[in-house]
Ligand binder design. Structure first.
Ligand code: ZN
Length: 1021
């Protein structure tokens, strides 16, 4: 037989594209249009209903960037259309197919009730009755990535200009020819399946000939009249059942809606309404449809702004067609949120779904975050989760992850059943190529038989379409294709676990070998997050202490609101720094407000305990006792000892601590020197550290011939994804900042010694204040940066004379180790790493730590010197300057501090991290001796991470502790109030089964913790 395969395929494609698709709508009639252009920010529909409209026509330009135009469309359905499927069809001037990043609309009826969304792939509104009245809230959202990763001013309405972005292309009533529509779906499904089958497979040729016969039966001049005949030739091909060994695709409807990204938060609020209205409309038409919806915050927005849509969602949830998933407040970044914050993501997310719908989420749903902390398995399980889902690791640049279904083991040994959809997408469409890839790619073939596929347009929302559901119906049991079954994620995970309970284990973090600059971009947003997390800790601790000891009214509602604000900003495009300028401008303002409100709560709580008076209190919210120099209200420096989670009164201190040896700051022939008897730092003429001596051991920290605290400027233009990525080639273009403007001793002892080093470079300037206080084994470096570089990254380097194989980096409730060498491609790919408050590197018997108050990105490398010794160079990534999507990202002022801790064990790193992020709080006022700390722990392995009153407002005290060193901890918890009962709880403060903890005769609670274990206790009083 002659091989005409290619010719037949080309014929099918052309007829489908040029004849069948244009025949979808048989007849049409224009709608009468009027428009109202909203002067500024979006308004509620009630206001739009009474606004002054003016006539509007198809072909008219509309929509300056970020503006809203309300379009009123009215008309009558022609009588001859009676009994046919009539729709209103709109094309707002769509560009391409990506629904989430351009014009979209929510359609209302003229009573102001929302109907559904309009998007490029979803342009219709069903019409019932013969009189039509619709109101479209059209959003002129710009296509930020239209020109790839070039800088654009469109990402903020203050810079985007006034030129209209769109032109209305279509607004009409039309009759959908259902036979033609079904023909197109039949042909698409078979054509796409055929393309994936081997040319040696008879099935491929059977489909080809069936399609050819179908085309032969179709009159291209009368598609509507011959569609049924054309379809009849496809029946056999579409009813041939799947192979017995066919892979199963567990498909679930989904709409990934970034809570902010290439649009501001206010637009996300509207996106959720459009998408959720689409979903509930689709659920009515397709009873088999199941939709998985994450991010409680988005539900909360719809509840507040669109109660009708929220009620429809509630009905769909009741009917099992809509499944809340993920149990998190937002789909947070997977690396950067602090331990307590990640716990609260789960607490607030799960609680919202339980309270609103009586649904307890059983799995973590994070398809799109940029890598996942090894703390997740334990935290997820402690929140009652049984499974974890992502697909993002398929974006790895270097290594292919070996599993799709596996047990993921966290730092404490907890395992959670985990799945990566083998289709490598969270925006599934049932295209043949996507399904075939899911099968070919699935790594557990032979042991497992199924993978999950989230389907629906996403990123900016849109969600599933009727075409997807029609395709799913055709793919249920089709020869040559995987079998598609629509089911909830819980059903999928139960089935996968039943067949793969003995799945492989992956231990440790899920590091994404991409997007490594998300640890650094938009440094002010990151600093705001770090500050807020620690102020929340302080606010809860002092408010709980004051509630117990001074009958202070615990601010439940305020703390709940502030937590949710901070949690929202941990969304995986806000905290990572990958959003447009608008988002980060607002985030910085929001963090400033959060800070003010939390400072007010803290001041009120401390004042409630301290009373009125002239004395000074020093409060320590960290979990370790501290002996430090503080600055008193009169400006004098004072050395003070403060218990963990407690306070002292300066004037009423029972016994002043012994004053440590003085710190000296001198300048002479050999340069400038800071020395406090514990650390001696020498500055060279360039203001760099030429020596850092650990006087306790006599050990020099810096490798011979190197200089510490060296600022290094690199060119930093990744190949793509500017705000997200730092590519390895950045290392090869470097300028060391060795020019100095001034070196000045600004404090010369006896309690504080400080040297200020000022530098200018490019258009930028940095002032570093290097500070050493009496009695401290931590050297503090405060950086004030006025940053005006483009496509550069500023790092600061410490070349240590330490032979370290690995770096310990703090994560949530513990730390992970990463190799400092590049033996394997996995090690090499970790050329930029994230940490929370500290990194530590060491050799047996000696280590150093670098703690930070705002910096997440780091890198650590090794070299061998000519003397045979090893130099391990640790660098902090201070600030970047990407130009897309925010062309002005990171420009301007930054403040960040890091401390260097010589001779540090891991426990010292932990203490330094807390100390830097929870500076001693000096308050004036107060006459009384402070109450004892609300709770304390013995020893240094166990840490208190949170102290608060129970969310159920019972007045119980909740204490969250964890083992911080990676070993076992036996400790005693002591409370400064009578305890009437102790319950071990989950993160949601619900009792957990297990051994009860007995209160000892002296009131202490004995606690044993395994390595990195997180334990939550409810103390009744
Ligand atoms: Zn996303």
């Amino acid at each position: 037989m002659h091989d005409d395969r290619k010719l037949v395929e080309e014929r099918i494609d052309r007829v489908l594209r040029e004849r069948v698709t244009p025949a979808l709508y048989a007849e049409s009639t224009p709608l009468e249009l009027a428009a109202w252009h909203v002067p500024d920010e979006p308004v509620p529909v009630a206001q739009a209903l009474t606004a002054p409209y003016e006539p509007f026509e198809v072909g008219t330009r509309w929509g300056r960037p970020w503006s809203t135009t309300w379009l009123r469309a009215t008309g009558s359905v022609p009588a001859r259309w009676a009994g046919r499927r009539v729709e209103a069809v709109f094309d707002l001037g769509f560009v391409g197919d990506w629904p989430g990043n351009q014009a979209e609309a929510l359609v209302y009826d003229l009573a102001g009730r929302p109907i559904k969304g309009i998007e490029p792939r979803n342009q219709y509104v069903p019409i019932a009755g013969d009189q039509v009245g619709l109101l479209l809230e059209m959003a002129a959202n710009p296509d930020i990535l239209a020109n790839g990763f070039l800088p654009t001013p469109l990402g903020d309405k203050t810079t985007a200009g006034d030129d209209p972005l769109y032109r209305l292309v279509r607004a009409e009533l039309a009759v959908l020819d259902e036979e033609v529509w079904h023909l197109r779906l039949d042909v698409e499904v078979l054509r796409e399946l055929m393309a994936e089958l081997p040319t040696g497979d008879p099935r491929r040729h059977e489909i080809l000939r069936a399609l050819e016969r179908s085309m032969d039966a179709l009159d291209i001049h009368d598609v509507a009249g011959t569609a049924a005949a054309a379809r009849s030739h496809l029946v056999a091909a579409l009813s041939s059942p799947a192979h017995a060994s066919a892979h199963t695709i567990s498909a679930v409807g989904h709409a990934h809606i970034d809570s902010a990204w290439l649009w501001p938060i206010r637009e996300t609020k509207r996106k959720t309404a459009r998408t959720f209205a689409n979903v509930t409309a689709l659920a009515k038409d397709y009873p088999e449809f199941v939709f998985a919806g994450p991010q409680a915050q988005q539900y909360a927005w719809v509840k507040e702004r669109h109660p009708e849509i929220f009620e429809r969602m509630r009905e769909a949830i009741k009917a099992g067609q809509w499944v809340p998933v993920g149990g998190m407040w937002v789909e947070a970044d997977g690396n950067l949120p602090g331990g307590e914050a990640l716990a609260r993501q789960l607490v607030h997310g799960k609680r919202f779904f339980m309270e609103e719908f009586g649904v307890e989420c059983r799995g973590v749903w994070l398809p799109d975050s940029f890598g996942y902390t090894a703390a997740y398995p334990q935290l997820a399980r402690l929140a009652g989760m049984e499974w974890f889902l992502t697909q993002k690791i398929s974006w790895n640049q270097t290594n292919k992850f070996p599993h799709h279904t596996f047990w993921w083991e966290g730092i404490d040994g907890t395992r959670i059943f985990t799945h990566f959809p083998s289709a490598d997408t969270y925006n599934g469409t049932f295209e043949g190529a996507e399904l075939a890839h899911a099968v070919r790619n699935y790594a557990e073939k032979g042991a497992g038989t199924r993978s999950l596929l989230p389907f629906g347009h996403g990123d900016g929302g849109g969600g599933p379409t009727r075409e997807m559901l029609e395709k799913a119906r055709r793919l249920r049991d089709l020869e040559g294709s995987p079998a598609v079954v629509i089911q909830s994620p819980d059903e999928f995970f139960a089935a996968a676990r039943a067949e793969l309970g003995e799945a492989a284990v992956w231990s440790g973090e899920l590091y994404l070998e991409l997007h490594r600059a998300t640890y650094t971009s938009q440094a002010r947003t990151k600093a705001g997050n770090r500050r807020s997390e620690h102020l929340l800790r302080e606010a809860e601790l002092w408010a709980a202490s004051a509630a117990v000891h001074a009958e202070f009214a615990y601010p439940y509602a305020e703390l709940d609101r502030l937590w949710k604000t901070v949690l929202l900003h941990q969304f995986h495009d806000i905290l990572p720094g990958s959003s447009i300028a608008w988002v980060h401008r607002e985030a910085e303002a929001t963090y400033a407000r959060v800070r003010t409100e939390l400072e007010e709560i803290i001041t009120a709580a401390v004042s409630a305990m301290a009373g009125d008076g002239e004395a000074t209190w020093v409060c320590n919210a960290a979990p370790r006792p501290r002996a430090e120099v503080v600055t008193a209200p009169d400006g004098s420096a004072v050395f003070v000892e403060v218990p963990a989670s407690g306070a002292v009164c300066l004037s009423a201190a029972p016994s002043s601590p012994p004053v440590p040896p003085p710190v000296t700051a001198t300048s002479g022939g050999t340069g400038t020197v800071l020395d406090n008897g514990l650390i001696r730092v020498e500055f060279d003429a360039a203001g760099l550290f030429s020596s850092v001596l650990d006087l306790a051991t006599g050990r020099e920290l810096l490798a011979a011939g190197t200089r510490g605290n060296l600022l290094q400027l690199h060119t930093d233009l990744p190949n793509q994804w500017d705000a997200w990525d730092i590519d390895a080639h950045y290392r090869r273009q470097r300028t060391d900042l060795t020019e100095v403007d001034a070196i000045t001793i600004v404090d010369s002892g006896p309690l504080i010694g400080a040297v200020r080093v000022e530098r200018s470079f490019g258009a930028s300037r940095i002032v570093q204040t290097v500070r050493l206080t009496a009695g401290s084994s931590r050297l503090e470096i405060k950086n004030e940066i006025d940053w005006h570089e483009r496509e550069k990254i500023l790092k600061v380097a410490f070349p240590f004379d330490v032979h370290a194989d690995r770096t310990a980096a703090e994560i949530q409730f513990g730390h992970v180790f990463r190799a400092t060498h590049t033996n394997t491609s996995w090690d090499a790919a970790r050329f930029e790493i994230s940490c929370h408050r500290w990194i530590h590197l060491g050799e047996p018997g000696y280590g150093v730590a670098l703690a930070n108050d705002a910096t997440y990105g780091h890198d650590v490398t090794r070299t061998t010197r000519t003397d045979g010794g090893t130099t391990t160079t640790a660098r902090l990534s201070l600030v970047r300057a990407p130009r897309c999507p925010d062309p002005e990202a990171d420009q301007g002022r930054h403040e960040m501090t890091y401390t260097l801790v010589p001779g540090a064990a891991i426990g010292d790193a932990v203490a330094a991290g807390y100390a830097l992020n929870l500076p001693l709080r000096v308050t004036s006022g107060g006459a009384v001796t402070p109450p004892p700390p609300l709770v304390t722990l013995d020893g240094t392995a166990a840490c208190v991470e949170a102290v608060k009153l129970a969310d159920d407002r019972s007045g119980d005290v909740i204490v969250r502790v964890y083992e911080a060193l990676g070993g076992r901890a036996t400790t005693r918890l002591r409370a400064s109030f009578p305890i009437t009962g102790v319950t071990v709880t989950d993160l949601l403060e619900r009792p957990l089964p297990g051994q009860p903890i007995a209160v000892e005769a002296d009131g202490a609670l004995p606690i044993s913790l395994r390595p990195f274990q997180v334990l939550t206790l409810r103390l009744s009083r």
